[in-house]
Design a protein around this ligand. Sequence first.
Ligand SMILES: Cc1cc2nc3c(=O)[nH]c(=O)nc-3n(C[C@H](O)[C@H](O)[C@H](O)COP(=O)(O)O)c2cc1C
Length: 175
Amino acid sequence: MLKEIKSDIYHLMHPKMAFFLTSIAKDGKPNVMACAWATPVSEEPPIVVVCVSKESYTAELIKQTKEFVINIPTKKILKALWICGKTSGRDTDKFKKAGLKYSKARFIKSPVIDECIGHIECKLWKALDAGECYAFFGKVLHAEVDDGYFKKGVWTEAAEIPLHLGGAKMVYFKL
Ligand SMILES: Cc1cc2nc3c(=O)[nH]c(=O)nc-3n(C[C@H](O)[C@H](O)[C@H](O)COP(=O)(O)O)c2cc1C
């Protein structure tokens, strides 16, 4: 029987890949948050969108420095993903707290997370005011992936990418 729902409507569109979104402050201090609301919007030129709460420190930083990186994790660093999704970088060094290492990205100042198997470096193209979030559209400047997990343009199930269902529930990519 179909029943009208008034809340959690967005969960009808889950599961969604959960990843680390890294950004940087003007003073060079990086931050990281967990993010699931994102999608590619154009293949040529490559443009992606990430939806980020206006209250988050990440939104403040992306507005400031106009760039971000999408870092794709595996199941192995799920605990770190929860830490980055439950605390704010305003008062915590989440890389330290979550035990994540990072390196310089190729084209932007926001860092890439070493433990992740894919990185998408983006320059902010447009920002839309969208309810409690900003929709940040990013032009992809560079993308790289561990070829042990991504073959012929698609993920293999060896990647075990976390897919967020809602709340504390995750499922994992399986073929
Ligand atoms: C699995 C998961 C997915 C999340 N997805 C999003 C998201 O898509 N957009 C968002 O604004 N917050 C999302 N969050 C919440 C942010 O990660 C959280 O508010 C974080 O503390 C913000 O950190 P910041 O203040 O350092 O930017 C998610 C949290 C988890 C655990």
